[in-house]
Every structure is written in structure tokens, then in C-alpha cells.
Design a protein around this ligand. Structure first.
Ligand code: AMP
Length: 270
């Protein structure tokens, strides 16, 4: 297998899992990865087991040719783009599930999501055999889940979190931004705006999480076509709710804008 050969050559394999339709956020993970190793592997796989009924599995954006072009330009060493049958044969029945971390944030409205993510990432780790893996902080809960899983299951893999890449107006880059109409694209700015507003309130001494959440909710609702899934202020490690921001706290939110479900987050520092 390729991975064994590369390992025998004494190289360090760095793995960046993606669902494709690549943007500058994904490319930043690859660039970050180059700091940690000399064999960069990127996977492109829209993982069916992490999508629930009524979600966008069938319509998830794709542009495989353009993705390959971008990856070639970045000097990626290998691309792994399996199909679902290759990953989940007919008789597939083994899943990886975390007990606590999924009972927060996105896990509440997407009940199968983290089971699907943990399972597919485990399989990808076993196939790619990386020394290092890079995940975006934009999907903060996912990064937390992967770190926990790597500890719990003794994967000999270093997990690196990379900062969120944004458009110049603050919108976090996401493959799903392509779903937005020009009007919805303006409404989508309310996610980052509300996080920045929260940070300002905290810097000015406000510690009451409920008040900050309320202010953020009002700001988001003042934008057309937004529907808040959750706005949470919580412990950055356990993801348990925090009432008082007397230490660094994670503020995370998920908002549907039109048909795009968007997420963003920020660490609030008192
Ligand atoms: P996805 O293709 O959306 O599953 O994302 C693949 C990886 O890219 C995940 O680790 C994401 O957290 C990361 N990612 C997605 N969007 C961004 C962004 N705007 N900035 C940095 N990383 C990102």
C-alpha cells in the first residue's frame, strides 16, 4: 500500500480530510500541514453516514476537476477520493460513537452527524495511516470530537487545529456558501457580526452569557431569511453551557440562511 511505502521511506504523512468543493479554507489546512510533514494526502469524500434525512447529501456541491486542479497547484502528494461503496460495503455494521461531546451544539439538531464523522475519520485514518492530521477550527465541535476520539482510541496521530479562513467581509468560507443568493449572502454576515458584537460586550465587562446570546439572536433575526438553530456559550473543552463568562468561553452558532445551514464560532476572552 502507498501509505506503508511512504512510511518506510521515513516520510511524515499529513492528512487533510475534506468533502470537496474546495475553497481557500481547505487550502489553508494544506499549507498548515506542510509545516508538519512532507507527504500531504487530501481526501475528498461526501460521507453519507453523517447526513440525516432531509439534509443536503444529494445536493452537496461538487467540482472534482477544479478540486484536483487546486490540489495539484498546492503540490499535494496524493488525493484519495473513494466512492461510498468502497468505504461502506453492503455488510457494513461497525460505528464509532462518542458518549458526551455530541450531546451539544450541532449534535442536537444533527443526531447522526458525529457518529458518521467519527466512523469515517477512523476508517480514513486506517487507510491513509497519517502521522499528523489537520482540521479546521471553523468546525470547532468536530475538531473537539476528533481530538477526543484520537485520545480515547489511542490513534498514534497528532491532531492540529487550523484557524478559520474568512471572506474579506468576515463570512467564514464554506462550501455551502454557494447555496446563498446575493441577498442571503448579506444576511449570512450576521453570524460573524454577532460574534464580534459579543466579543466587544465581553471586553466591556459583560459576563452574563444569556444577555450576550439574546443580543446576538436579535442581531441575527434583524436579517431576512435567517432561522437560528442554536447560539451557545460554553466551555471550550467539554462544550458544557457557561452562564458567566469569567474565563475564555466558546461562543458557537448555527443559523439557516435560506437553505444553507451555516456555522461559526469564536473564543470570547473576558
Ligand atoms: P469540509 O469539506 O467542509 O468537510 O471541511 C474539511 C475541513 O476543512 C474541515 O477540517 C473543516 O473544518 C475545514 N474548513 C472548512 N471551512 C474552513 C474555513 N473557512 N477555514 C478553515 N478551515 C475550514
Amino acid at each position: 500500500m502507498r501509505s506503508d511505502k511512504i512510511r518506510c521511506q521515513g516520510k511524515t504523512i499529513v492528512f487533510v480530510p475534506t468533502m470537496g468543493f474546495l475553497h481557500a479554507g481547505h487550502l489553508s489546512l494544506i499549507r498548515e500541514g506542510k509545516k508538519y510533514g512532507d507527504d500531504i494526502v487530501v481526501s475528498i469524500f461526501v460521507n453519507p453516514t453523517q447526513f440525516g434525512p432531509g439534509e443536503d447529501l444529494e445536493t452537496y456541491p461538487k467540482n472534482f476537476e477544479k478540486d484536483l486542479e487546486l490540489l495539484q497547484k498546492e503540490g499535494v502528494n496524493a488525493v484519495f477520493a473513494p466512492d461510498a461503496v468502497e468505504i461502506y460495503g453492503e455488510k457494513f455494521q461497525t460505528y464509532v460513537e462518542l458518549e458526551k461531546l455530541p450531546n451539544h451544539l450541532c449534535g442536537l439538531s444533527r443526531p447522526v452527524f458525529f457518529k458518521g464523522v467519527a466512523t469515517v475519520v477512523t476508517k480514513l485514518f486506517n487507510i491513509v495511516k497519517p502521522h499528523v492530521t489537520i482540521f479546521g477550527q471553523k468546525d470547532y465541535q468536530q475538531l473537539t470530537v476528533i481530538r477526543q476520539m484520537v485520545r480515547d482510541l489511542n490513534f498514534d496521530i497528532k491532531v492540529v487545529g487550523a484557524p478559520t479562513v474568512r471572506e474579506s467581509d468576515g463570512l467564514a468560507m464554506s462550501s455551502r456558501n454557494t447555496y446563498l443568493t446575493p441577498e442571503q449572502r448579506i444576511s449570512a454576515l450576521s453570524l460573524n457580526k454577532s460574534l464580534k458584537k459579543a466579543q466587544t460586550l465581553v471586553e466591556n465587562g459583560l459576563q452574563d452569557a444569556a444577555k450576550i446570546i439574546d443580543t446576538a439572536a436579535k442581531l441575527i433575526r434583524s436579517h431576512p431569511e435567517t432561522e437560528i438553530d442554536y447560539i451557545t456559550i460554553c466551555d471550550p473543552e467539554t462544550l458544557d453551557d457557561m452562564k458567566t463568562i469569567d474565563r475564555p468561553a466558546l461562543m458557537a452558532l448555527a443559523v439557516k440562511v435560506g437553505k444553507a445551514r451555516l456555522i461559526d464560532n469564536m473564543i470570547l476572552n473576558p
